[in-house]
Design a protein around this ligand. Structure first.
Ligand SMILES: [Zn+2]
Length: 337
């Protein structure tokens, strides 16, 4: 039982009866002390209205408002609607493998792969521009002799490429990454204060777009160079199919899990060692098992050009040995590419 209520209400009613109306008016708060609607924060407004309502009840009701005149209209608080998600932008055109190969890029162009539109292909007019756009990312994400925890500036990047006996143009023929890993690269470049060149900024736009086009799934970002003095049509086809194999690995979890199982249980230790030796000679960091398995799959299944990959020459495997492992990998592979 609240004793205070039982005492206070009759006392207020008694005061109401005892006071002449003029004195009652004087005893009331001046109008300037009333809530000044519209100039307070929402919280203050509601607190003021709450206090006013309590005063009204305590004073016996009605009189306060009648004496002090009508209050300014109270604006209702805005109704909070859940934020509308921004519209989903359209991605670039989705093309078949043959259509992508038929494209002749005169400037860097983003495309998607029709059989699996989570796979994006950045088509570059030449190896030089592809290298300038992608090499710094490769240095962070997969090269053997570069740090995994910071983004290289121009000078350090040029040094790393020279140390491999390569140039910016031929450090790589094609690239493949998860969009989420590239997003991390861009975050870290900003964190490390590393200025990016215009081609890298263009790649950043594509990564951001890919992440808006499909918010719930990670895209794969692949690259492809145009035909040129060091890239003929057969090589270009092999580069694209090899990279598309990575695209499938990055975006189809059941396929990635299958490749990992074959790598762990289907390859012998000697076979895994041969793959690591080959990839190590190519400049890859051979520690991440996922990258080793992913590359083994892409070379064995999807790199038909023997100038890039020959199991006998590169791994010391007979054709039968290579075919046995290919059959295991293929048994869980999607139909494309
Ligand atoms: Zn690869």
């Amino acid at each position: 039982m609240n004793e205070d209520d039982t005492v206070r209400l009759p006392r207020a009613a008694a005061m109401d009866r005892a006071l002449p109306s003029a004195r009652r008016a004087a005893a009331l708060p001046p109008s300037s002390a009333r809530p000044s609607h519209g100039r307070r924060s929402l919280l203050g407004l509601w607190t003021g209205i709450g206090a006013g309502a309590a005063a009204l009840a305590a004073a016996g009701g009605g009189v306060w408002w009648w004496l002090s005149g009508p209050a300014a209209p109270v604006e209702p608080p805005p109704i909070r609607r859940p934020a509308e998600p921004p519209p989903v932008p359209e991605g670039p055109p989705a093309l078949s493998t043959e259509e992508i190969l038929a494209n002749r890029a005169v400037e860097p162009l983003a495309l998607r792969w029709a059989p699996n539109p989570l796979v994006w292909v950045l088509d570059f007019p030449n190896l030089e521009l592809q290298g300038r756009a992608m090499n710094r990312m490769a240095a962070l994400l997969e090269k053997a002799r570069t740090p995994r925890d910071r983004v290289l500036g121009d000078e350090a990047l040029a040094g790393a490429i020279a140390a491999d006996g390569r140039t910016a143009a031929n450090w790589y023929f094609g690239h493949n990454y998860r969009a989420s890993d590239l997003a991390r690269f861009f975050e870290w470049a900003e964190r490390d204060g590393v200025p990016l060149n215009p081609l890298e900024l263009w790649v950043r736009e594509q990564v951001e777009l890919a992440r808006r086009v499909d918010r719930s799934r990670d895209a794969a970002i692949l690259t492809l160079p145009a035909l040129g003095p060091h890239v003929d049509a057969a090589m270009r086809g092999a580069i694209l199919r090899h990279e598309l194999g990575h695209g499938q690995f990055f975006t189809l979890p059941f396929f990635a899990a299958h490749v990992m199982r074959v790598w762990e249980r289907g390859f012998s230790e000697a076979e895994r060692a041969a793959v690591r030796r080959f990839l190590g000679a190519e400049g890859y960091d051979t520690r991440p098992e996922e990258m080793m398995a992913n590359e083994a799959m892409a070379y064995l299944l999807y790199t038909p050009d023997r100038r890039f990959f020959d199991p006998a020459r590169d791994l010391g495997w007979s054709d039968e040995q290579a075919d046995r492992i290919r059959a295991m990998l293929r048994s869980g592979a999607p139909e494309e590419p």
